[in-house]
Design a protein around this ligand. Sequence first.
Ligand code: MLC
Ligand code: AMP
Length: 519
Amino acid sequence: MQNQDNTGNGNLFAALQAAFPAASDDIAVETDDGLLYSWRDLDRATAMLANLLTSLELPAGARIAAQLDKSVEAMLLYLATLRAGFVYLPLNAAYQSAEIEYFIDNAEPAVVVCSGKNFGWVSKIAFTVGTQFVFTLNSDRSGSLLERAAACSDRHVVAVKQADELAAIIYTSGTTGRSKGAMLTHGNLLSNAQVLKKYWGWRSAKQGGDVLIHALPIFHVHGLFVALHGALLNGSKMIWLNRFEPALVLEKMPQATVFMGVPTLYVRLLAEPGLDSAATRHMRLFISGSAPLLIETFTLWQERTGHTILERYGMSETVMLTSNPYHPEQGQRRGSTVGFPLPGVSLRVQDDAGQSVPVGDIGGIEVKGPNVFTGYWRMPERTAEDFTSDGYFKTGDVGKIDASGYVTIVGRSKDLFISGGYNVYPAEIEGYINELPGVAESAVVGVPHADFGEVGIAVVIAREGAALNADDIIVRLKSRLANFKVPKRCFVVSELPRNAMGKVQKNILRSRYDAAVAA
Ligand code: MLC
Ligand code: AMP
């Protein structure tokens, strides 16, 4: 597998740019409000933004943090960061000040780009930790970033990078302590994109040309890397939606061929009466990942559209690890499984003693490959703990491999649940609840939810003499935490179920509150 483009530059952007079609006036991106960006526009706009970043005389390896609503320009900022040779740090637009404060303090970005409405509090946090520049960028293309870039040249020579140099840091929350920044290199991202291009049979313009509906957020690996790199590395047009709207996705399908989504997107599309085989006739491939796709969704999708969703598995630390086959000769796409390890990925299932388990037995999933990250930002001890002595990364996912090689995820050894494709760590939410006045203790668990797959509920014990109001707790959390992390319901109780060691029995809470939240 090539980790460098043919000019010898290991910069991921160089490889993406080399795949831009020669017909540079062709449309690369079309938005739902009718904006058209040609391949030439992508090249020029990323050059101008890269020149702006370069003109700031930032130190090598400088981090460019972005907390932005989704827009084509936010995507261009990511590409320009690669192009200029800096390190991109995307932050979920839902994060609130305490969350942002942690990331900025930990990553010490030289540049922060935020939306104008957040400039006051974001810049205060950023300047406090020594960030030199804070720009604004709004989804209507206003803001200081583009104003400044407009004065820059639209020609730029792509910065030379080695494949093992850092391209992005993606923060993932932790079961203990605070979030960890997964460091991904140009080589990690490019090797994975090249494997997926082949494995999923992306069609070049000569073969009829794929068109991707891009409807995912661009601050996590699914939308930022898997979907975006897939289209760009194939020179494929994107139909760009800043928000996922099922009716709009359905409307765009006759002009598209590929769609990627978390399971919630498929559940919501299935609720559209117009979803049938005629509406999806032009589509070549539906891909699902980031959370378990229920077999009911997989089967219903097949019945309604005639298409078999291809489920794959990955994570921030590794990008994509396994995939169900695309080509029928490689095997069937099996619901409830995440398919085979991708070419180049070694995947094994180990018991607690670090021995491989027999075929079909359950254990911890460990992986190795060119896509696996280099470690957690400034956390060498955490990095060392999460790798085995022979270089495998312990994913924290629990699964099995059957005799035909299909991998199934059966659970997680880490205490987290996945809500609408976002990971939520109960320990983090409990920390915030426990800081509220009158709270003695709390436990957060994920419970089933028809739309989001799982959602959080909080079970709280009051301090002696304190009167707690469950709704009030939710309101207070909403002002401190990203909305998807806020428990959907809160219950104030007098005691929590505990085992003989005094540990809260979350499995009992999960079954007790199993039906607590209606979709
Ligand atoms: C929104 N809400 C959620 C939620 N998203 N609640 C729980 N879980 C979620 N994921 C709540 C909000 O708090 C709000 O409630 C209400 O829903 C409306 O908010 P919204 O922002 O308007 O919601 P909507 O636009 O409908 O968003 C839903 C969604 C979104 C499913 C489209 O969550 C989404 O885009 N998810 C994709 C996540 C993703 O890309 N994951 C990839 C991670 S990478 P209230 O009460 O505040 O009004 C990864 C690796 C891999 O995992 O393998 O890919
Ligand atoms: P993140 O840290 O946000 O990148 O989330 C990665 C986690 O999402 C993985 O460790 C898995 O637990 C989960 N995940 C991703 N894809 C799938 C899938 N297809 N099925 C089940 N879990 C998945």
